[in-house]
Design a protein around this ligand. Structure first.
Ligand code: HEM
Ligand SMILES: *[C@@H]1O[C@H](CO)[C@@H](O)[C@H](O)[C@H]1NC(C)=O
Ligand SMILES: *[C@@H]1O[C@H](CO)[C@@H](O)[C@H](O)[C@H]1NC(C)=O
Length: 508
């Protein structure tokens, strides 16, 4: 009797204890079972496109909020518009940190000073505000318009030359080069020679595209440096080359600025704004390597993203001639016919009147966002989302492409239909920041939203409008435009666009 009583009581107590425990135990988002630590290494070597494919399969099983556990890391993925809005806008203060920078992007033992990887704090705020207000503010755009005109004329001439020697032109290299010229000019304030620009482009691209190869070093740096010795050396070499091309530019610019302080430099360049910043946490100025990394970040963030988007948009205009014709009609309606003998460029103020153009650019970013994810975010404390607990320090990312392709929000989501952005019922322009509601987020949303958003839209509108006004774009004979995607630093076309380019005007 006593024994029974004892057993029953202890069972009750343990049930009570475990239910109390459950009450306090965090209800983590659903996801597959924990992958063992070796999973870490296998996982790190997978290309992003494969990760995306796996996530889509997991999503059908676990829903739009899921958590993967790899070794000790917790990766949360969000694929719902309302949850993205709740996280990034409503709980913005908790969801805006970044995970510690990877070993391969750090290398030296100093903390890395970059906007995109900086922890959510005073240094990030200072650097971001400097870029956003001094360089990327719409009020500043006008001062770079001569540089845009210069780059556009150069691009037009290169396309003309290419179309004389080839029947169809592969355009991506020309787009990339044009964006590089633009951003290099905004960064260093000089119109550099082709050779110098190509030099910068080549190291920057080497570092970006080398990332998947170098990434294995991040798993266990001390060991990785020995096992992958060749890659390690290659990375050090690339960083050295980066210093060789960028540091002289920074030095010569700063020397000129200090010599000509009284005349006031003609156009403010990004480097100029960096020299006098005082880091709030360390109470000192940025040193040369730090200025270089910020310039490098500026180039990396603004070039391939924009040229990729430009290529996708042009590919759709080649593939769908009726959309191209409608855009051409809109343009001529605003600026008149281009069939005069003199090459004239569309000016920036004219773009404001071209609503179909704006719709095409937005549709391009929805259907083909250059990044299918944002940069990884980190939460700074335990936070509840949709009844689940996102644990402190978890990495959070958003399925950007899937948000733009969701049939619940977009009708016929896989089709290219710029009209969907034309007339919103309220008559207001589409809000791409997602502050009120997120329908797509090619630039992210909330406090970490891309600060280059307005500049990127201007670049896309300006180049698309002019390229369509000056040339007619015709599909390659007997071929179709292949819109298959391939994941690189950005999501590029697997078979880059080739098109016949026929000037609508007699140039020269
Ligand atoms: C079509 C072109 C572009 C696209 C699609 C794009 C997209 C993005 C995305 C998705 C993020 C990450 C947001 C997040 O982590 O939540 C980002 C961050 C960033 N972008 Fe862009 N971007 C573009 C052009 C530019 C340009 C032209 C610049 C500047 C010259 C720029 C500078 C930055 C910077 C500095 C960050 C880091 C922001 C931070 O961490 O606070 N981007 N961009
Ligand atoms: C970084 O390493 C250098 C030597 O390579 C050393 O002199 C310096 O004190 C280190 N700095 C920090 C912050 O650890
Ligand atoms: C989060 O990360 C920080 C820094 O790495 C660490 O000090 C802290 O203990 C972590 N918190 C949790 C709950 O894991």
């Amino acid at each position: 009797m006593e024994t029974w009583f004892f057993i029953i009581v202890s069972l009750c107590v343990s049930a009570l204890v475990s239910s109390i425990f459950k009450l306090f135990k965090k209800n983590l988002p659903p996801g597959p079972p924990i992958l063992p630590l070796v999973g870490d290494l296998i996982w790190l070597r997978r290309p992003v496109s494969e990760l995306e494919f796996i996530l889509r399969r997991l999503r059908t099983r676990y829903g739009p909020l899921m958590m993967l556990r790899i070794g000790r890391r917790k990766l949360v993925f969000i694929a719902s518009h309302s949850l993205a809005h709740r996280a990034l806008i409503q709980h913005g203060g908790v969801f805006s940190d970044r995970p510690a920078p990877l070993f391969t992007s750090k290398i030296s033992n100093r903390t890395l000073k970059e906007i995109s990887s900086a922890a959510y704090g005073p240094t990030w705020r200072l650097l971001r505000r400097n870029l956003a207000q001094e360089i990327l503010h719409p009020a500043r755009f006008k001062s770079y318009s001569s540089s845009r005109r210069w780059v556009l004329s150069m691009l037009v001439n290169r396309l003309l030359d290419a179309s004389k020697s080839e029947i169809s032109v592969r355009v991506m290299d020309h787009f990339q080069y044009a964006m590089f010229c633009l951003l290099v000019n905004m960064c260093f304030g000089e119109k550099l020679q082709e050779k110098q620009i190509k030099g910068i482009e080549s190291v920057q691209r080497g570092l970006l595209l080398g990332f998947p190869r170098f990434n294995v070093l991040n798993f266990w740096p001390a060991l990785g440096k020995i096992i992958f010795r060749k890659r390690w050396k290659e990375l050090i070499q690339l960083r050295k080359e980066q210093e060789n091309v960028l540091l002289p530019l920074i030095r010569s610019r700063l020397k000129r600025i200090s010599e000509h302080q009284e005349d006031g430099a003609a156009v403010l360049a990004y480097v100029d704004t960096l020299v006098n910043l005082i880091l709030p946490e360390e109470n000192r100025k940025l040193d040369e390597p730090e200025i270089m990394r910020l310039c490098s970040e500026f180039l990396a963030a603004g070039t391939d993203t924009t040229s990729t988007a430009l290529q996708w948009i042009m590919a759709n205009l080649v593939k769908y001639p009726h959309i191209q014709a409608k855009l051409y009609d809109e343009i001529t309606g605003v600026v008149g016919s281009s069939k005069s003998s003199q090459l004239q460029l569309i000016e920036e103020q004219d773009l404001q009147k071209m609503l179909y153009l704006k719709a095409i650019v937005l549709e391009g970013l929805r259907r083909h966002p250059p990044g299918h994810f944002v940069l990884p975010h980190k939460v700074t404390q335990d936070v509840e989302l949709d009844g689940y607990m996102i644990p402190c320090n978890a990495t959070v990312n958003f399925m950007v492409a899937d948000l733009g392709w969701d049939p619940k929000v977009w009708k016929d989501p896989m089709e290219f239909k710029p009209e969907r952005f034309l007339a919103t019922s309220s008559g207001e322009a589409f809000d791409i920041t997602g502050n009120r509601e997120i329908k797509m987020m090619p630039f992210g949303a909330g406090r970490r939203i891309c600060p280059g958003l307005t500049l990127a839209l201007l670049h896309l509108e300006y180049f698309v409008a002019n390229l369509i006004w000056i040339f007619e774009w015709i599909p390659e004979e007997g071929d179709h435009v292949d819109l298959t995607e391939k994941q690189e630093f950005t999501t590029v076309m697997k078979n880059p666009l080739r098109a016949r380019i026929s000037p609508r005007i007699r140039i020269h």
